[in-house]
Design a protein around this ligand. Sequence first.
Ligand SMILES: *[C@@H]1O[C@H](CO)[C@@H](O)[C@H](O)[C@H]1NC(C)=O
Ligand SMILES: *[C@@H]1O[C@H](CO)[C@@H](O)[C@H](O)[C@H]1NC(C)=O
Ligand SMILES: *[C@@H]1O[C@H](CO)[C@@H](O)[C@H](O)[C@H]1NC(C)=O
Ligand SMILES: *[C@@H]1O[C@H](CO)[C@@H](O)[C@H](O)[C@H]1NC(C)=O
Ligand SMILES: *[C@@H]1O[C@H](CO)[C@@H](O)[C@H](O)[C@H]1NC(C)=O
Ligand SMILES: *[C@@H]1O[C@H](CO)[C@@H](O)[C@H](O)[C@H]1NC(C)=O
Ligand SMILES: *[C@@H]1O[C@H](CO)[C@@H](O)[C@H](O)[C@H]1NC(C)=O
Ligand SMILES: *[C@@H]1O[C@H](CO)[C@@H](O)[C@H](O)[C@H]1NC(C)=O
Ligand SMILES: *[C@@H]1O[C@H](CO)[C@@H](O)[C@H](O)[C@H]1NC(C)=O
Length: 455
Amino acid sequence: MDKFFFVSLLSFLLAAHGIVGNMMYDNIAMLQELESLDIEEENEIELSEIPSWRSERGGKVLVNVDSFGAAGNGESDDTEAFRKAWNISCATPKSVFLVPQGRIYLVNATKFIGPCAGNIIIQIDGKVVAPDEPKNWDPKLPRVWLVFSKLHKAVFQGSGVIDGSGTKWWAASCKKNKSNRCIGAPTALTIDSSSAIKVKGITIQNSQQMHFTISKSNSVRIYGVKVSSPGDSPNTDGIHISESINVAIQDSQIGTGDDCISIVNASKNIKMKRIFCGPGHGVSIGSLGKNNSTGLVSKVILDTAVFKDTTNGVRIKTWQGGAGYVRGVRFQNVKVENVSNPIIIDQFYCDSPSSCQNQTSAVEISEIMYQNISGTTKSAKAIKFDCSDTFPCSNLVLSNVNLDKLDGTVETFCHSAQGFGYGVVHPSAQCLNSNDQISQIKASITQDIIHHTEL
Ligand SMILES: *[C@@H]1O[C@H](CO)[C@@H](O)[C@H](O)[C@H]1NC(C)=O
Ligand SMILES: *[C@@H]1O[C@H](CO)[C@@H](O)[C@H](O)[C@H]1NC(C)=O
Ligand SMILES: *[C@@H]1O[C@H](CO)[C@@H](O)[C@H](O)[C@H]1NC(C)=O
Ligand SMILES: *[C@@H]1O[C@H](CO)[C@@H](O)[C@H](O)[C@H]1NC(C)=O
Ligand SMILES: *[C@@H]1O[C@H](CO)[C@@H](O)[C@H](O)[C@H]1NC(C)=O
Ligand SMILES: *[C@@H]1O[C@H](CO)[C@@H](O)[C@H](O)[C@H]1NC(C)=O
Ligand SMILES: *[C@@H]1O[C@H](CO)[C@@H](O)[C@H](O)[C@H]1NC(C)=O
Ligand SMILES: *[C@@H]1O[C@H](CO)[C@@H](O)[C@H](O)[C@H]1NC(C)=O
Ligand SMILES: *[C@@H]1O[C@H](CO)[C@@H](O)[C@H](O)[C@H]1NC(C)=O
C-alpha cells in the first residue's frame, strides 16, 4: 500500500465529511511527520583508506605504537607505549595513530584525551586485548577500558579487533550468579564528548560489559562495525548511545547477550540502517526513567533490519516513575526470525534484584510508527503495548505488519495504549484505543460502507 495512503484517505474524508477541527489536523500533521521523518546525513566525507602502515603517502604522519616500545605479543603490558604514542599522535596534525596488523597488544584501562591537533586517524589493524582479571582492574577507572574523549573530526578505522577478555567479568556478574555482588563492569570502547567522528570496519568483541558507548557527542557515523559476544554474556550491550545527537549506525552486525543497540537519555536524531541483530535483546530505546529520573529521546529511525533468535525486536522500555518522553520514532522494513517479542513497549520494566513498585509518573511515549515488519515470533503476544496507567501511550501507528508463529496463533496485547493500524496488520491492532477523531473517521467509513451496501 502506498505509504501516504492513509494520510490521503484522512484528508479525503476530512473534505468529504467536513469533520474539521484542529485536533484532526494535528493528527494528520503527526502522521505526515512520522511518515516523512528523516534524519539529515552530512555529505559523505571520503573515508580515507590508509593503504598500509608501510606507506607514508598522503601527507600523513604515521605514529606506530611499536615505535614506542609496544611488544605486541599479547602478554607484555603495552599500556605505556599506547599512551606515549597517543600523546605524540594527538599533538601532530594529520597523524595516524597506528596499531599494526598481525599482532596482539595488551592494554590497561586508558583515557585517550583530545583535543588533538586535527584530523587524526586511529587506525586499528591489529588486536587490542584487555587484561582479563577483574581483581587487578584499575580502581580509578572501574567502568571503562578504552576511552576517547574530546575529539573533533577523528576517524577510527581498520580491520582490527578490540577484545575485552570478558569471560571472568561475566562469571563475576550478579546476573550469572545470584550470590555475586552487583557491580558494574567496564565498557570496552567509549567515544565521549566528541564531534564529527567516523568509525568504520572495526570489530569489538567479548566486552566486560557494554561494547561500544557513544556519550555526550554530536555527529557520529558508524559503518560496517561488527560486535560479537556470546548470547549468554550478561549486560553486554552492543552499541549504546547516551546524551548524543546526530548518530548514524549502518551496515553493522551485532550479536551479544543484551541489547544490540540501546538508546538512552538526552539522545536525538538517531538513525540506524541495515542492521543485523542476533543473538541479543533487540534494538531498544531505554531503559529510561529509572529511580524517578528524566528520560528524553526523540527522532529515532530504524530502517532495514534483521533480528534473528533475539528476545526482542524493536523495544521501548521505561521504569515505573520517572518523567520525560519518547516521541517521533519510526521502525521500518524489519524482518524477524524466531524472535520472542518482535514489537514491544514495556513501561513496567524492572531489571533490579528487588521488585519494583508501580508509580503514577512515567516517561510518556507517543508518535511511534511501525511500518513493514514481518516474520516469525516465538511467543503468542507478537505485539505488546504495555503502557503506563496514568500516561497512556499515544499515537502508536502500525502499517503493514505481518507476524506469525510457527505453531499456533498470535495476538496483540494492549494496556493503556492508543493508536491505530492501517494496511495489513496481523495480529490485528484492534485492541488499541482510538482517540475521538480517529473513531469519528472510522465511524464515517463504516457508515459509508453500510450506505453503499443498502443501495
Ligand atoms: C601525555 O600527556 C599528558 C598531558 O600532557 C601528560 O600528563 C602525560 O604524562 C603524557 N603521557 C605520556 C605517557 O607521555
Ligand atoms: C596495568 O595494570 C596492571 C594490573 O593492575 C598493573 O600492574 C600495571 O602496572 C598497569 N600498567 C600500567 C602501564 O599502568
Ligand atoms: C556462585 O558463587 C558462589 C560464591 O562465589 C559459588 O560458591 C557458586 O559455586 C557459584 N555458583 C555457580 C553456579 O557458579
Ligand atoms: C536526561 O537529560 C536531561 C537533559 O539533558 C537532564 O536534565 C536529565 O538530568 C538527564 N537524566 C538523567 C537520568 O541523566
Ligand atoms: C519515586 O517517587 C515516588 C513518588 O514520589 C516515590 O514513592 C518512590 O519511592 C520514588 N522511587 C525511587 C526509586 O526513588
Ligand atoms: C535515586 O535518586 C535519589 C535522588 O536523586 C538518589 O539520592 C539515590 O541515590 C538514587 N538511588 C539509586 C539507587 O540510584
Ligand atoms: C530460536 O531461538 C532460540 C534462542 O532464543 C534458539 O535456541 C533456537 O534454536 C532457535 N530456533 C530455531 C528454529 O532457530
Ligand atoms: C519490507 O521490508 C523488507 C525487509 O527489510 C524489505 O525486504 C522489503 O523491501 C520492504 N518492503 C517495502 C515495500 O519497502
Ligand atoms: C502495576 O500495574 C499494572 C497495570 O495496571 C498491573 O498489571 C500490575 O499488576 C501492577 N503491579 C504492581 C506491583 O502493583
